[in-house]
Design a protein around this ligand. Sequence first.
Ligand SMILES: [Mg+2]
Length: 306
Amino acid sequence: MEAEFIQWLRERLPAHPRLLLGAGDDAAILSVGQSQGFVITSDLLSEGVHFVFDSAGASRVGRKALAVNLSDLAAMAARPLAAVVSLLLPQHDGLRIAQELYEGLLPLAFEYDLTVAGGDTNCWRGPLVVSVTAVGETTASGFLRRSGAEVGDAILVTGTLGGSILGRQFEFEPRVAEALLLNERYTIHAAMDISDGLALDLSRICLASGVGAEIETASVPVSEAAYNLAGGRDFHREALLHALGDGEDFELLMTLADAEAERLLRDQPLEIPLKRIGLIVSRPGLWEVDAAGNRIHLEPRGYVHQ
Ligand SMILES: [Mg+2]
């Protein structure tokens, strides 16, 4: 199967000026010019853990396997360059599944000018496992990280949050262009992508930065999907909990000095919503501030990897 698959794949991988030597040799060779720094990230998706194959379909799993890596590159404000894709395929129908995976993955790679440099494919008796490793480069504006949040920073998020299980978990657009633009024009102290839930991921920024955070719950951008999952517009609290705790939003979470955040919010330079949701504070932990100004301790709920 492997030889047939590699032949099929090579016909679908276009030449790219960055790819001096692509799939088919012992290793691929990239030409990456005068890059400031390389950014490497890897994600593993396993059937039964990260997706249910029958309902997701191979094409959507393939797209997602690359998209989660692009989202991690976005979190670092890195420009995508290349990826390698490794597949563990079930013995039954392996070739068709591999082809469908790539039918989902390749359009996203083209969209982000990322070249698929190679990978590996094996069949086994277990379920489908997809591993993508992506390489990116930092820009002249430098990279973003989790550990730079400062007391007094405003906390901002892109997009709307919650309810990704209703479809967004597969269809999300990684915020690569947005992160590059924001990093170029504004001074961002800390950033990450929201993969495991707003509260849990914000707690990670806090931990890395040695600070705490207050979330003004009335400002959290609750998605339509979160309302649908909660049962409708009347269930605001339930929808808010989805926005705080559901995973796989893949939006950007950032902290900026207050005045810089004001400038950014006035400019609204993105085509997607950009909202201020709270404040970095010195008191450790996460705090929910309601409309009346009451502070309640907030559990960092979210998706915890087993
Ligand atoms: Mg991440």
